[in-house]
Write a protein that binds this ligand. Sequence first.
Ligand SMILES: *Cc1c(COP(=O)(O)O)cnc(C)c1O
Length: 373
Amino acid sequence: MPSCSAKGGYNVTFMQISTTLAETLVDDARLAEILTNPGFGTYFTDHMFTVEWTPEKGWYDARITPYGPLSLDPATAVLHYAQETFEGMKAYRHDDGSVWTFRPHANAGRMMRSSHRLAFPEFPEEDFVQAVDELVRVDQRWVPDGAGEKSLYVRPFMIATEKFLGVRPSQHVTFMVIASPAGAYFKGGVKPVSLWLTEDYTRAGRGGMGAAKTGGNYASSLVAQQEASGHGCDQVVFLDAQQGKYVEELGGMNLYFVFDDGSIVTPATGTILEGITRSSIIELAGQSGHKVQERQFSIDEWRDGVASGRITEIFACGTAAVVTPVGSLKWDGGEVASTTEGAGELTMKLRQSLVDIQYGRAEDNFGWMHQVT
Ligand SMILES: *Cc1c(COP(=O)(O)O)cnc(C)c1O
């Protein structure tokens, strides 16, 4: 990647991206129809971003091309040993028509940490943000109107693309960005999710991949999610692998417990995924005077806290749902009731504060928003 000397005398490196636009774009009528009810992860924009890496060349051939299938040799490493990492973020349309992403440098930094865990080369933070910006710019007509909490979900991912069946870090790596319009997570009002506590499965052990955003963690969560569904629950909760005692997180969302004195507890990092929504909530809650503790939180504390009334609200958070209230918790032979009828007051307040910043309806005191167009 070429570097140029900026006016201030320091070096700014930037990535040259070649752009080949699609000959036919999804037409306006069809696009309007898709954006009316986009669902999640079903429709994809007209273009995609790709850049490749080898040890000899470093990152090369950054390009935006028409969206389309990849042609992969059946021996491609990622298909066999799951050397893969990904990110998830959203682009939001503000009322004045401008388009913004939320804390994209945090996603870029997390991808670098995930990459390290998966023995991938690092893709530079600035290039990550540039790649996302460029794709969103090229496909900006796919960013829905902000009304009703719609957005364009952006999925950067890195895969091992060497054609080789041996076990070692791939010597050919591909980083891509695709995007998909997303509807409101909650249609017809925010509703609590019911949880199943799995005692058979864990998601991450000490020294494992729990803190990395990698497909393997999701593959390992599917059977537990099936178990949850089989028991009539929406989502699964995992406990720590060592003692089976401490609450970790859901399959793809971090957890929060609100106490009657206004303090908030969330499980400490280590084996959980460090959600960007999680850290934003810690800051938002702290700013509005709530004491937030990141610490080990046992399943007994959950049960006893709800029984005694000391825990007044429980919620989960992640990019897709922003904040979702947690209802009942069930396990084989037991149950903890909901703390609230519907959504708790602080849960909804925090959710609203975050959504208002994301859609440009409240002042962004933290400097979280990044303008794309
Ligand atoms: C992505 C993810 C989250 C939420 O992270 P956000 O950055 O807030 O979207 C939580 N848990 C897991 C396992 C995840 O992969």
